[in-house]
Design a protein around this ligand. Structure first.
Ligand SMILES: Cc1cc2nc3c(=O)[nH]c(=O)nc-3n(C[C@H](O)[C@H](O)[C@H](O)COP(=O)(O)O)c2cc1C
Length: 189
């Protein structure tokens, strides 16, 4: 397999990530979807990996509202703030939902790569439903536990990126679009 040529914004993100150090919050980003009622919804997810030059991977639960939103409208926006670097990235793209029905192998591989405590939330009752205080909320799911069918992987195919850097005066705002071959465009901040 040949190494994909990275778009120009990827090394910038790598440098920003490096500045954040080992802080867990360096991997927290916000994913916005649009619901069937036309209303936007945004929530925090953990960045898991780059799976291609312009493809980012997240893990989620097929029982959650965001999956219903994505069934209706797969276009998403992601906002990722790097506080130490004082840089905001916005990614526009399309989400592909990989689940145990359409690609059990990929799900299983990702599932086994998680720590037992990292897996635990997928052992909890359906997210967003009314709390049942008697339901089980395990703190770990060991390697022996079967992968829950609702574990799923989101792959976001990114088609445009905007960066805002608050470091210099005036601030730098840059845009890259896939259909422009990721040409760098400087914008007013
Ligand atoms: C720091 C942090 C990290 C989170 N990481 C994830 C994650 O990786 N995947 C996920 O599905 N939800 C994650 N959540 C929970 C989501 O923000 C959200 O509450 C949940 O996915 C339900 O969202 P929905 O009802 O909009 O679908 C995280 C929340 C926080 C505060």
């Amino acid at each position: 397999m040949t190494t994909p040529v990275l778009p120009p914004w990827r090394p910038l993100i790598k440098a920003a990530q490096r500045r954040e150090g080992r802080s867990p919050s360096a991997r927290w980003l916000q994913l916005a979807t649009v619901g069937q009622n036309g209303h936007p919804r945004v929530r925090t997810l953990v960045f898991r990996a780059w799976t291609d030059a312009n493809q980012l991977e997240l893990f989620t639960d097929t029982r959650s509202q965001k999956i219903k939103d994505l069934d209706y409208q797969p276009a998403v926006e992601i906002c990722w703030l790097f506080t130490k670097a004082r840089e905001q990235y916005r990614f526009g793209g399309v989400a592909n939902v990989i689940n145990s029905d359409n690609n059990r192998e990929v799900c299983l591989q990702k599932w086994l790569g998680l720590s037992p405590s990292g897996r635990s939330v997928w052992g909890w009752p359906s997210p967003g439903e009314v709390l049942n205080r008697h339901a089980a909320f395990p703190e770990v799911l060991s390697d022996d536990e079967p992968m829950p069918d609702h574990f799923s992987v989101l792959r976001i195919e990114i088609d445009h990126v905007e960066r805002l850097h608050l470091g210099p005066h005036p601030h730098h705002r840059t845009r890259w679009q896939r259909n422009q071959n990721w040409r760098t465009e400087e914008l007013n901040p």
